[in-house]
Design a protein around this ligand. Structure first.
Ligand code: ADP
Ligand code: MG
Length: 178
């Protein structure tokens, strides 16, 4: 008999990211934690910085091809330049709910040897894995009480990283804010 499934406690880290360059850095640090089979879900409004984070992640993993916003492409595979995993970058914006909608992508087939990063994947790709790294990017609205608009404040993002499942229970999320 298999042991009944228990939800592993979630580990969460909050980081303030002040610029696109810092978001790229966060992606590069995140890449160091990732291994084949990992699923990363990116949540945040348009322009939050999901693709910017993924670009840094691709640099950190050392994969081929530039990470861009896949406007017409739903998924792009970036093969490794070295020994690491491929990066599969999915933009699920136009996809309906459920994995069957994206069956053609065969994400379940590529997952074991890849890192899969999904933008707009909430409610769509959870069944791929119980172990997920959920990254929520919030555009903090600066205090505009004084009426001043501050370009620097426009670049501030609050990033909440949550590790779900046993895979992430002992992960060193603190290394992301180093
Ligand atoms: P998304 O994929 O979430 O729609 P993108 O990464 O494509 O967002 O775009 C984010 C935009 O916001 C870019 O133009 C980027 O330069 C800008 N930006 C400003 N500040 C930040 C920040 N702190 N982190 C990420 N992107 C930022
Ligand atoms: Mg994007």
């Amino acid at each position: 008999m298999e042991a009944p499934h228990h939800e592993a406690p979630a580990v969460t880290l909050k980081i303030t990211v002040n610029s696109p360059e810092r978001m790229g850095e966060l992606g590069r640090r995140l890449a160091k934690l990732l291994r084949p089979g990992d699923l990363v879900m990116l949540t945040g409004e348009l322009g939050a910085g999901k693709t910017t984070l993924t670009r840094g992640l691709g640099e950190g993993l050392g994969v081929r091809g530039a990470v861009t916003s896949p406007t017409f492409v739903i998924a792009r595979v970036h093969p490794p330049l070295g020994d690491g995993p491929s990066l599969v970058h999915v933009d699920a914006y136009r996809l309906g709910g459920g994995l069957d909608e994206m069956e053609d992508l065969d994400l379940d087939v590529s997952l074991p040897e890849s890192v899969i990063v999904v933008e707009w994947g909430d409610g769509k790709v959870e069944e791929l894995s119980d172990d997920r790294l959920r990254v929520v990017i919030d555009r903090t609205v600066g205090d505009t009480a004084g009426g001043a608009t501050d370009d620097a404040a426009d670049e501030v993002r609050e990033v909440t990283v949550t590790g779900l499942g046993a895979r992430w229970a002992d992960a060193d999320l603190a290394s992301l804010s180093a």
